[in-house]
Ligand binder design. Structure first.
Ligand SMILES: CC(C)(COP(=O)(O)OP(=O)(O)OC[C@H]1O[C@@H](n2cnc3c(N)ncnc32)[C@H](O)[C@@H]1OP(=O)(O)O)[C@@H](O)C(=O)NCCC(=O)NCCS
Length: 424
């Protein structure tokens, strides 16, 4: 068996696409309207691409931002994955390039022979050559990617609330107003809104090209959840400062009828947040609201008269980070306090001089470390999504100087939990 790992040529693009459904055509835990199926276009996962679509996807595949690597076994493509170029927002606001690993799949008949391991090594080398000091992905299974250095860095909730329980603590007079708009209008609003959101939200990712263009056609998706509805909020000056995409799927089963599903929700300020949820939680003829991929520190719970009304149905990791260059990564973000700590990371000692304005990270061979950890823990700590003290409790971080873990936590903490609503 000869194995070759390399980028694909244009002539091989269709064969590569035929392997991808094994990654993404499998049932997902979370219905995702924009799930890929044999291409970059947003297709429902169940629908097989037509030969014409495959031709079109193959044509579109080789762009400067989509970098596939395939595993050829005896000359035939048996698996592959790809890196997309995205930007990640760090604490302090810098938006840095990140290699986003996506579309990972190996044919069932070629699994567990080391193909993914080889493909991953090639992709991470490619990231390093391009100067990307971070790689990220979202994981279908939590046991696959830790071995390559990836660690869960952001988390999300799926929650539900019954309409009858969703009373707000205090009345609210909206200084702005709500509007239902068509898909074309929403397709123009979302990219602008998202840019404003990701400028201030740690963990947020830049959208892939064409991310919202599918909203414009307003067609019925084949997932049976009915059409997308577009709600926006404008401030008193008429500027859009929030939006939501929701669906009202019909069901013959009375248990499921009357569910309002929120697919996307962004608000730039409290008024927009309050006004949008105010309508969505009290929508006539509905019984229940379900929202997925929500931040773990969603403030809505604390706006309700009964905070228990918001039931967290599921918590899941979202973005997994791989720190490819410790020094550059630690110098790229800012910190909540001014302090210096010596970190031993995978046996290499670094001195981190951190402050709210930035940091210097220098190799400190021979210095005695305050804390020892691996790049895996660092990936989870880096955006502030997990605390160092949690890892110490789990026996994964060793504290050599009393109080050093608390000092590290004080440096890394954020006002808001990191979150990414956009995937890749
Ligand atoms: C996940 C997948 C890409 C792995 O590919 P693969 O070529 O079989 O992986 P490798 O043979 O290179 O495995 C490397 C290591 O990962 C382990 N591994 C691979 N898949 C795993 C899984 N699903 N769960 C746990 N461990 C896994 C292997 O046992 C091996 O461990 P080792 O190095 O200790 O021996 C492949 O199984 C697949 O296509 N699965 C279905 C689709 C999917 O889940 N895609 C990921 C989308 S995020």
């Amino acid at each position: 068996m000869t194995i070759e790992i390399r980028p694909i040529t244009r002539a091989e693009a269709k064969d590569y696409l035929r392997v991808l459904p094994w990654a993404n055509g499998l049932p997902q835990e979370e219905p995702e309207p924009s799930a890929w199926y044999a291409g970059r276009a947003a297709n429902p996962p169940q629908r097989k691409a037509t030969p014409e679509q495959l031709d079109r996807y193959a044509e579109e595949l080789l762009t400067d931002w989509f970098r596939p690597q395939a595993a050829f076994v005896d000359g035939k493509i048996a698996g592959g994955s790809a890196i997309v170029s995205v930007e990640l927002t760090l604490p302090g606001g810098r938006q840095v390039p990140m290699g986003g690993v996506t579309s990972t799949g190996v044919l069932p008949t070629y699994r567990r022979r080391g193909l993914l391991r080889k493909v991953m090594a090639a992709m991470l080398d490619d990231c390093r050559e391009r100067g990307e000091f971070l790689a990220g992905l979202s994981a279908s299974e939590a046991t696959i990617y830790g071995r390559y250095g990836f660690a869960p860095a952001t988390f999300q909730h799926r929650w539900e609330v019954r309409r009858t329980d969703a009373e707000f603590r205090t009345p609210f007079t909206d200084p702005g107003g709500l509007d239902l708009v068509d898909g074309a209008t929403a397709a123009a609003i979302w990219p602008v809104l998202h840019e404003q959101v990701r400028a201030v939200r740690v963990g947020e990712v830049s959208p892939l090209p064409g991310k919202w263009s599918g909203l414009a056609d307003g067609g019925l998706p084949a997932d049976g959840r009915g059409p997308a509805h577009h709600l926006i909020h404008r401030d008193a000056g008429g500027q859009v400062d929030g939006a939501a995409i929701f669906r009202l799927p019909w069901s013959p089963d009375p248990d499921y009828a009357g569910e309002l599903q929120v697919d996307a929700f962004e608000a730039l300020n409290h008024d927009a947040h309050r006004a949008l949820w105010g309508l969505l939680l009290d929508f006539d003829l509905t019984k229940r609201v379900v929202a997925a991929r929500r931040p773990v520190d969603e403030p809505l719970r604390w706006m309700l008269a009964n905070p228990r009304a918001l039931k967290f149905a599921r918590t899941r990791d979202n973005l997994w980070l791989n720190i490819l260059d410790v020094q550059r990564a630690l110098e790229a973000r800012t910190y909540a306090a001014a302090d210096a700590v010596v970190l031993e990371i995978d046996g290499v000692t670094w001195r981190l001089d951190a402050s709210p304005d930035g940091a210097a990270c220098t190799a400190a061979p021979g210095a005695s470390a305050d804390v020892s950890l691996t790049v895996s823990e660092l990936g989870s700590l880096y955006l502030g999504g997990v605390r160092a003290s949690e890892f110490r409790g789990a026996g994964r971080i060793a504290e050599h100087t009393a109080g050093a873990v608390s000092r590290l936590d004080a440096l890394l903490q954020l006002d808001r939990a990191p979150h990414n609503a956009v995937g890749f």
